[in-house]
Design a protein around this ligand. Structure first.
Ligand SMILES: Cc1cc2nc3c(=O)[nH]c(=O)nc-3n(C[C@H](O)[C@H](O)[C@H](O)COP(=O)(O)O)c2cc1C
Length: 379
């Protein structure tokens, strides 16, 4: 029976990069990449020794080998364990050499390493643990690399493209643990924000609140402690994982505020604390319409955001490399988008920043708006 199935063969064919582990004479590991890694037949892989003296001499004294081939975008791959033969000449060497040349390997080849695969096991990233689909993981990492390109092009003076859901998710995935450490307890030092949430807790009709862009879930937790049930949503899988860990009794899920995974009229309130700050200005009205859809008639939307008209690109948050764009808004601009989306009774208040040790030094706006109507009694 074939050890290498069709999916394995396709992945190896596409990746064109294997990480080859061998054993040094002193028992220590040796790992090095081989871009010439290809499928030879149903149970053999090959790679070319172009500049791999360590790998080759290890295999000549101990043929045990493991090769990992991973798709770095989809975050899946295989680990192939087996035994290697180092070929320096002969009919088989010539046959495989001709095959590699046909595939475009032009470099001088010293040896060909033929690996008989005894065991092939799948490799799956923990990124899938929280229930992400392959498509979600793929678009996340594709966007991650686009955001790196964007950051590079900002440095080189080219025009960056606007922030997207996936780049925001990737940016927060990178800083989630540190973000939770610093932000989870932030409300303790922010009396204005607490009073704002207290007013929301008193003003909303009976029902659940959505903590939108929940981060580690501290806003939802604060409201729950005041008797308001709710759940959280965040664009970042890693943030959702952290939020679940910190608040085991609250439900959190990953999702995008541009297309909320909730039915119409599901929530009595939505608290979006510093989460519209990753939207393009042109997206505001659409997102507010989406929030209006999930709110019950009479439900309240509470927003907090940075005041201004800049986009602040951050590549380092608390010493951690990331890539996030923080979009500032003028209150009038947000109120206009709220009205266009059908909200009314808009109330806005502003405050100066707290101490630098508490938060970034930006002027802040807190806004509440109501979805019009009175809920029908059968709901
Ligand atoms: C992406 C990439 C692909 C490579 N592909 C090969 C290859 O196919 N064959 C080879 O001999 N060296 C290849 N190299 C170079 C070796 O990995 C490198 O010379 C390494 O230090 C060899 O270590 P070793 O002697 O312990 O095997 C590649 C390097 C990189 C970064």
């Amino acid at each position: 029976m074939s050890v290498l199935d069709a999916r394995m063969k396709l992945l190896v064919e596409r990746q064109r990069l294997g990480f080859v582990a061998t054993v040094c004479p002193d028992g220590t590991p040796n790992l090095s990449p081989k871009g010439t890694t290809v499928v030879w037949n149903d149970d053999h892989l090959v790679f070319a020794d172009i500049h791999s003296p360590g790998t080759v001499s290890n295999l000549q004294s101990n043929p045990a080998v493991e090769i990992n081939v991973v798709d770095a975008i989809v975050r899946k791959g295989y680990r192939f364990k087996g035994t290697a033969r180092v070929l320096g000449d002969g009919a088989l060497f010539d046959e495989i050499l001709a095959f590699l040349r046909k595939r475009g390997v032009a470099s001088p080849i010293k040896h060909i390493v033929l690996v008989k695969v005894d065991r092939a096991l799948p490799l799956v990233s923990p990124a899938y643990d929280a229930g992400a689909t392959e498509e979600e993981v793929r678009s996340h990492w594709q966007e991650y690399w686009r955001s790196i390109d964007r950051a590079d092009s900002t440095r080189t003076g080219k025009i960056p493209s606007p922030p997207s859901a996936a780049s925001t998710a990737a940016g927060y995935d990178l800083v989630a643990a540190e973000y939770a450490r610093r932000i989870y307890g932030e409300l303790e030092a922010k009396p204005f924000d607490r009073a704002f949430l207290d007013r929301l807790a008193k003003g909303i009709p009976a029902g659940e609140v959505l903590d939108l862009g929940c981060g580690p879930g501290h806003v939802g937790k604060y409201l729950r402690e005041r008797g308001i049930p709710g759940r959280g949503l965040d664009i970042s899988h890693e943030m959702v994982r952290v939020a679940r860990e910190l608040n085991p009794t609250i439900e959190f899920r990953q999702g995008d505020m541009r297309a909320l995974p909730f039915p119409d009229r599901f929530f009595a309130g939505v608290a979006a604390f510093y989460s519209i700050i990753h939207l393009e200005p042109a997206e505001l009205e659409h997102v507010f319409r989406e929030l209006e859809r999930v709110l019950r008639p009479g439900g309240l939307l509470a927003l907090a955001f940075h005041v201004g008209n800049e986009v602040r690109h951050v590549e380092d948050l608390w010493g951690i490399k990331t890539s996030l764009d923080f979009v500032f808004f003028e209150p009038a601009q947000v109120a206009k988008a709220l009205r266009a989306a059908g909200f009314e009774d808009i109330e806005s208040s502003e405050r100066a920043p707290y101490e630098p040790s508490v938060e970034a030094q930006t002027h802040r706006c807190y806004m509440v708006a109501r979805r019009p109507g009175i809920e029908s009694p059968d709901r």
